[in-house]
Write a protein that binds this ligand. Sequence first.
Ligand code: MIC
Ligand code: SF4
Length: 748
Amino acid sequence: MAVDQIKRLYESMPAKLDQARRRFGRPLTLAEKILVAHADDFAKQEWSRGKAQLRLRVDRVALQDATGQMALLQFMQAGKKQAAVPSTVHCDHLIRAESGAAEDTQRAINENREVYDFLYSVSKKYGIGFWKPGAGIIHQVVLENYAFPGGLMIGADSHTPNAGGLGMVAIGVGGADCGEAMAGLAWEVLDPKLVGVHLTGKLAGWSSPKDVITYLCGLLTVKGGTNKIIEYFGPGAESISATGKGTICNMGAELGATTSLFHFDDRMAAYLRATERADIARLAEQSREHLVSDPEVARDPRKFYDEVVEINLSELEPHIVGPHSPDRARPVSKLAAEVKKEGWPAGIRQALIGSCTNSSYEDMRRAAHIAMQALKAGLKAKTPFLVTPGSERIYQTIKRDGIMDTFQKIGGTVLANACGPCIGQWKRSDVGKEETNTIVSSFNRNFPGRNDGSASTLSFLTSPEIVTALAFGGTLEFDPVHGTIPGPDGKPFRFTAPEGEELPAQGFVRGEEGFEAPAADGESVQVVIAPNSERLQLLQPFPRWDGHDFGELPILVKTKGKTTTDHISPAGAWLRFRGHLDRISDNMFLGAVNAFTGEAGKGVNPITGEAGKTFTQNARDLKAKGVSWIVIGDENYGEGSSREHAAMSPRYLGCKVVIVKSFARIHETNLKKQGILPLTFAKTSDYDLFEQSDRVSVRGLGALTPGKPVEVVIHKPGGKTVTIQCNHTMTEEQIEWFKAGSALNALK
Ligand code: MIC
Ligand code: SF4
């Protein structure tokens, strides 16, 4: 966004904020200020936390190459000449880690040429900035180039909140939301509740920003942040660098939070200057009072936030979370005992640092400081050590400053500036397919199967400095903070706490950054999709609702326990088909645990009774027979990624209704957008009523009304019926999406 647009935004803030203070009759928090400043129509807008639907104007849209394909295919259907808001596409998810940066990037370019060409030509045509493969991971590149205090951004990726490290309200959404904002529509979100995190004390020693968020994950759990903004404030915030703040906000996605953000401060200004944005730093400094909460809020936070959490950073111990869920947290010092108790393999097979969560200069410096200590002592890393830098700028800078050299000396492999092993783009040959094994990384997610496609891999997440120390210890039983490992001389060796400056003393190297500006006039640019492509497929509109209630639908799947988007629509090798709805639908529910059998990915065909087929095979059979179906799910259904494929594949193969105990925010919206009815049990225990051979009817759809429950009838095989109540959160407009068959149909 051009500097003069930021200037105009800041100039408009005082009047808008005053208006809001008058209307609400109280001072404002920072999140509220940003939401108010971006209201589509402040006067008409209803404001009620947890209830109102906000209509906002976003400053920017960010897309990556996996979800971006669907987002752009949907945007193209809107028939616009140009994207209405500044937007960028980042090629980061499709590069598979195999043998190192240069080769992996080249291989990806060859394998994904068709997709990259598509993204490039669409970008060029519609005025969208394009970041080439290898240029960096979306959130790091956005932080370095586009994020700014007080802005509002949406991104087709759940870790978009990373930009909260620079005081931006940045929200992860489905591709349809992005496509619509790019087509010039206001963007809608549920007015979030506000959680204030009051930081006191100071981060020091081994404790790092990662520990703030892994600790919070343990405290609030993976659904603790649903429909809430987490706002960090207090004197402790100043002891955290802007990139460290980014780490904390990034992983707020693991709390299910709408977003997370910090108040503007000098650390942010320093980062803006270091990334060649002194003009924005100056503007923000001049508008400082609007880029933090009002002073009354800081004095008495409990009056203004819905919840307040206190963290004394001086007392915060390094934490580690996992396996299989980011909220399984404990201090590193308590891990060894738990490993013994649970019988997890203590030996670490791989140690990985980097990713969009933790690849700042500071992270790399601190990790290198640990590595240097070990090198000096003559120690060798006991596990392979993989590094994914977040951007070309980081890569070039750590290369110049000798950090890369240190990593290479300990036997590390530097991977492309891309997602790689974080999203299952990892060709790993050191363990058998079903071998239970342990890995540690500085990433943000650790759902089963996430990193290498194997649910037998136990993935633990912690700070890059702890990961590096663990690579030398080689076991989860080593506590780098308090423990020792044998040195080459047999004497115990103890690490000292990591150190590392937050910004490079000599400035960042620009490097070859891989940005392509769009064409000045995109009219003549052709977007090509080969008709026989297996990677890309133009979308056909979903059929409209036929006006009838849903009668006696079979249950395709009832899921048990965690059902993340990685369970519903796995990534890894499937990323290949993200632009081809039919092909990718073969992965539907492959990771979901069947509540009737305990088996993952497979179920009984509800019509033929045949067992042992994948859910997709059964769904395709039902579709061929013209039978629609329903999904029953557990708590926080759809947690994790923003990928709308987790809603589109079910929709495409005939799903009408998803009834669960509770939803994750992005997924619930994605279901609505694609025309599926998302319902929650009024009584959670009604989940237990559903059995394999039941049929399910949903009544009164013609009278669907915001806030009014719907009646669901369970038909038991003997003819007995049970009627239960289910809730929905659809607004008038969202009910129109349902009737039209999808939000996109409603728009046309
Ligand atoms: C993730 O971290 O799960 C991803 C891969 O970045 C996803 C996006 C995707 O599925 O493409 C996300 O976080 O939204
Ligand atoms: Fe990429 Fe992993 Fe970050 Fe998602 S969380 S954007 S897959 S690095």
